[in-house]
Design a protein around this ligand. Sequence first.
Ligand code: ADE
Length: 222
Amino acid sequence: MRIDIFTLFPGWFEWFLEQRHVRNALTIGHVVDPVDLRATTPLKAGQVDDTPYGGGAGMVIRVDVVEAALAARYGADRGERRVIALAPGGRRFDDALAAELAGEPELTLLSGRYEGFDERVHEQLATDVVSIGPYVLAGGELAAMVVADAVLRKLPGALGHEESAVEESFSEALEGAPEYPHYTRPYDWHGHTVPEILLSGDHAKVREWRLERSRERGRGPT
Ligand code: ADE
């Protein structure tokens, strides 16, 4: 998997790329490449944004700037590539979308800033507009990291222990429900003990108990 992340702040991703699970993914051949949107702007003095038509506060990232950045990297024909613009009004990111994106050979993430992208970026250049939640971040960088993180950990070998990404919160194995509770030592912590069934050694019973806890959490507070 190759993930290109177009951003005005490529420096934000330095920390992300140094984290162990991301480095693991890179070691086994995956690529995460932050691309500076400003580096290929066709405008003078590194300009990338402009005032909004119709007036109002803030600046909008220009469609020609994004077009130039994509063309510089991919040429005129982007083929079947998924180009995902991150914006608060997009389709809500969830585990199913993470799994779907993990099946792509390559992904392009577009991180906006200021008032976001010119709408024509969403309509004409992106294949998807994705939001990580109903709140407004200062920019799409953290959203791109969230998407990249959730996608990378779905890739075989990226976690270093295969089963972990299969039976986890919201996965098919757990019928889309949140994960069951986990416990480790100490057995007794200030009188709060671990459920006995987990110490029983009866794997079938443990599994049944975990599925039931997961379903319970999926039903939410009653
Ligand atoms: N950019 C700003 N806020 C965002 C959000 N909630 N999701 C995705 N991109 C964003």
